[in-house]
Design a protein around this ligand. Structure first.
Ligand code: NAD
Length: 424
């Protein structure tokens, strides 16, 4: 029997939550004991200490991590998070979800994630550059275009990916664009990557609304988080004609029943960085935003915001999980019991980001670049295929949509591990 003694290394609320999801899915498909533990636990991790010189000449030391959850089906893939709340347990949970996500949408990748404990708002641009370069330099023995390919996540962006490409390329002696995705176009970035996650969220939301007989132009949507994913989701839904009735970030939340002017909000954040003092709506709390009466709620910020209490008070028809892990296990049970809210689970809902990252990596390896239309057409085709396979799994086994998505993702990783043997 496979009972292993597990160290508390990754122990945290969010890692326990990801493990609980895994256990439920493994039970549902009767995953053999012999394969469970090695499918579940991260393959390997690295913790790095990052000294950088501050603008005033002093030295600060930051801590960073990279967790590679699975390398069985190809290089591992996953973003890098810069946030004061980063823990190795959170990074491990996010790496685990990347494995199921890549597998669900059929990408030849395992899952990984990285993180640095830092508040980006406290660093100047020059300090941020030194920290980003130092982090990727420490990771050089651990990553590579055929080993592990990072990307942006919360607190990181295209500019940071550009510094990382340069640092890695200087080390190997030639430009190596395939080392990270989500980089500037001038360094081999892909058309459509910046908006890919949000465009994918909006596309899937539109498709599920169509299934429910609701035209997207008649939908009202509340979005938590107005960073890369939240803002691009808002922009894409606005283009489809949906009414964005509320937006928020970590500084403020706003409601406007007639519709937030999304273009103005985007401009505002471009200049002010955050939504604080935006005058395009009535101030509300993030909790009020999540429980607004509207067609769809889109959590696009952090984990574990849909608690059982919030789940019981949701008044939407669809919960589209643009963030990773926004719904706790207990809240999932509340949603299952309610049965009146369509859930688009995170590993499907936000998979547009990694899908276009995959396209970017392919273009880098081939030195052959695609148009934005080509990228988005291929993205939507893969999302439709994944949506269809989740629906089939739901019908076949009478699973919830989350369980259907997780069992597909986990089952395929387990199958690859079984086919390869014990080594990977
Ligand atoms: P980001 O840093 O660009 O934006 C995060 C946003 O969330 C900011 O507006 C921030 O103010 C807000 N926020 C943070 N804490 C909050 C709180 N407590 N309440 C309300 N708002 C809060 O990050 P991002 O890249 O947009 O990532 C958002 C989520 O989407 C994360 O869960 C991330 O893992 C997930 N995701 C990102 C990508 C991607 O391509 N960037 C892909 C897939 C999933």
């Amino acid at each position: 029997m496979s009972k292993v003694i597990v160290s508390p290394l990754y122990d945290s609320d969010v890692f326990r939550m990801a493990c609980r999801q895994f256990d439920l899915a493994a039970d549902a498909i009767n995953l053999p004991e012999a394969i469970r533990d090695r499918t579940k636990w991260p393959k390997r991790c690295l913790a790095v200490s990052l000294p950088i010189r501050r603008d005033d000449g002093s030295i600060s030391v930051f801590e960073g991590y990279r967790v590679q959850h699975s390398l069985s089906t190809g290089p591992s893939k996953g973003g890098i998070r810069f946030h004061p709340g980063v823990t190795i347990g959170e990074v491990a949970a996010l790496a685990m979800w990347m494995s199921w996500k890549c597998s669900l949408v059929g990408l030849p990748y395992g899952g990984a994630k990285g993180g640095v404990i830092v508040d980006p708002a406290q660093l100047s641009t020059a300090e941020m550059e030194r920290l980003s370069r130092r982090y990727i330099q420490e990771l050089i023995p651990f990553i590579g275009p055929q080993v592990d390919v990072p990307a942006p996540d919360m607190g990181t962006n295209e500019t940071i990916m550009g510094w990382m490409v340069d640092t890695y390329s200087s080390h190997v002696g030639h430009l190596e664009p395939a080392i990270v995705t989500g980089k500037p176009l001038a360094l081999g970035g892909s058309q459509g990557r910046r908006e890919a996650t949000g465009a994918g969220v909006a596309y899937l939301l539109k498709r599920y609304l169509e299934d429910m007989g609701i035209p997207v132009a008649e939908a009202t949507v509340a979005i938590q988080g107005f960073g890369n994913v939240g803002a691009e989701t808002a922009a894409a839904l606005d283009q489809y004609g949906a009414r964005i009735v509320a937006i928020s970030d970590h500084t403020a939340a706003f409601h406007h029943a007639a519709g937030i002017n999304v273009r103005r909000a985007l401009e505002y954040v471009r200049y002010n960085k955050v939504l604080r003092d935006f005058d395009g709506g009535t101030p509300i709390t993030n909790e009020e935003l999540l429980t607004l009466k509207c067609t769809a709620v889109v959590p696009a910020a952090i984990e574990r915001v849909i608690t059982p209490e919030i789940a019981a008070r949701l008044q939407c028809r669809i919960l589209a999980e643009a963030a990773n892990g926004p719904t706790t296990n207990e809240a999932d049970r509340v949603l299952d019991a309610r049965g009146d809210i369509e859930l688009i689970p995170d590993i499907l809902c936000n998979s547009g980001g990694v899908i276009v990252s995959y396209f970017e990596w392919l273009q880098n390896l081939q030195h052959f670049y695609w148009s934005r239309d080509e990228v988005l057409t291929k993205l939507f085709a893969l999302l439709d295929k994944a949506k269809e396979s989740v629906a089939y799994q739901q019908r076949k086994f009478k699973f919830s949509r989350r369980l259907a998505a997780l069992t597909l993702g986990i089952g395929r990783v387990a199958e690859a591990k079984q086919s390869r043997g014990l080594f990977p």
